[in-house]
Design a protein around this ligand. Sequence first.
Ligand code: CP3
Length: 343
Amino acid sequence: MTKILLKTLKGNTGDRVPFWFMRQAGRYLSEYREVRATAKNFMHFCYSPDLATEVTLQPIRRFGMDGAILFADILVVPDGLGQKVWFEAGLGPQLEPVQNETAFDKLSLDGFHDKVGNVYETLRRLSRELPKDVTLLGFAGAPWTVATYMVEGKGSKDHGAARQLGYGNPALFDRMLSILVDATSEYLIKQIENGADAVQIFDSWAAAIPEPYFRKWIIEPTREIVSRVKAKFPETPVIGFPRLSGTLLETYVRETGINAVSLDTGVSLDWAAQHIQPLMPVQGNLDPHLVVAGGDAMEKEALRILDGLKGGGHIFNLGHGFVPETPVEHVARLSEIVKNYRR
Ligand code: CP3
């Protein structure tokens, strides 16, 4: 029994391309919606090892992915630091915003692991219950992306509040990134200690940041997290996902110390094959809306990605997570296409 996803992350490619999907556990699955309905609220769901283990396993049972991603959320970290976090139907995540020193000073690492400890229990259970050839992926949000929610108090279009705080009060914003680096490094290390085979750092909002700030807010904190994780677990792969980072993607790949990178839907395959795959394996790129549309368009694009990246390390994935209206039959078809493909 070989974990081919883990092998690929470590730089060994075989003839079958391993696959998993971002947001593979989620509302497009009826069995997920059933479990979700029994949870008191979304954060409680993330902290319930029974429920979180079950929904992590659901897509594996149905589609046989090579990787299972821990069910939790990137907002577990601010919650663990003592910020108030809740989810409201139709509104998405809500937080008590942190925009000044008084609010920031209430955050603390004391008690962090107690607060989020059930996530570690979920990983222990998953490492026992998953089929032996399935790679268990842990994850966290990158400091910049998590900070956009912490400062704004919710999701936003352009992350204006976080950018304005970063430009206008760099001392406070640096302290915020720094506590996030501390918490996230420890959180990922504990995830690995409790069974994660590899971890992914989601920087979903790495779009359109001026280069000097991209270095300060995105590259430096990520490099620091990777180096702390590597100091403890040099063999555990770390996947980066600087979504929509454009031409700075290559800088991120070269400077953060990550082992593999996720490509958003806008990255050219020829360019990635030429510039990124010689450095590390890649995953991602399929537009999640193609899986809603299905049919020929989806098949053609899936094959274009498989062919376009077959010269180097490749893990098949989406360019961003599944949307709730994705038909399960399309996910089943897509999974078959990838499983049957040979390089
Ligand atoms: O399969 C998986 O990918 C599992 C786990 C996972 C979730 N969130 C579960 C979840 C992961 C890796 C995340 C990461 C996450 N959460 C990110 C980074 C990746 C990305 O998608 O860009 C971000 C930005 C968040 C913050 C967040 N959490 C948002 C914006 C939302 C959507 C709010 C909404 O109402 O749709 C969530 C909620 C969330 N996290 C859901 C799931 C399955 C849906 C909630 C539900 O069941 O109602």
